[in-house]
Design a protein. Sequence first.
Length: 247
Amino acid sequence: MRTKPMGKAAPRYIEIAEKLESDIQKGLYAVGDLLPTEAHLCKTYEISRFTARNALAILEDKGLIQRTQGRGSVVVSLQTSMFKDTWSSIDELLAHAGTVHTVFESVKEITADEGLAAKLGFAAGEPLIQIDGLRYQKEGAEQYPICTLKIWIPAQFKSVVEELSQLKGSVAYLLEKQFGKQSTQVDQAISACIIHRDVADQLEAQEGEAALHLVRKFIDDKNEIFEVSESVLPASRFTYNMRLRRS
């Protein structure tokens, strides 16, 4: 298993979520038990209601608890879903990146040929930075690879590469911090695929296993694509839920 590089301290809500998850896996809470209320968490950890709510949301997204109005947070599973897509906003999507650990393995400068440009939405001949890596998620004291990760950004944003080793979150966060590039829209496409040998070795999976191919395009307020990410996830490690609201 790859060694996790040193990085910035995790946000407080992630620390609280990890503590509660550890308590669940140690057996301090059984299936059917109630977790402490938001008010109790606020008092115990000296945190805001917002922080407590975000911590519980992480556990719900992992499939460990179910939150019901009037009852509270009930433990429904002792095992996490390694990757669970349940976001209903761009902020929730970006926050999820802070709950997983990404190892960036290579960075290179490329020029988008016609095929890659058509796939990503950039212009043919545009200079790009390609970043390759793997994402891991913790289960107790262990961490497991959940997906491959490729990211493409315009070469003009190359300076974000210097902060990758310290990154706790998403590349989109760095682009916003350094260049003010804020996502007003994220287009996502999911398709079925099988895992090839090189990817199987990276993900500790079986060659030929069913998988999902996921592409996200991050678009700013000028309708310009400033980041594209591509992942391959073994089907057994992925759960997709959709939440629709009537406005």
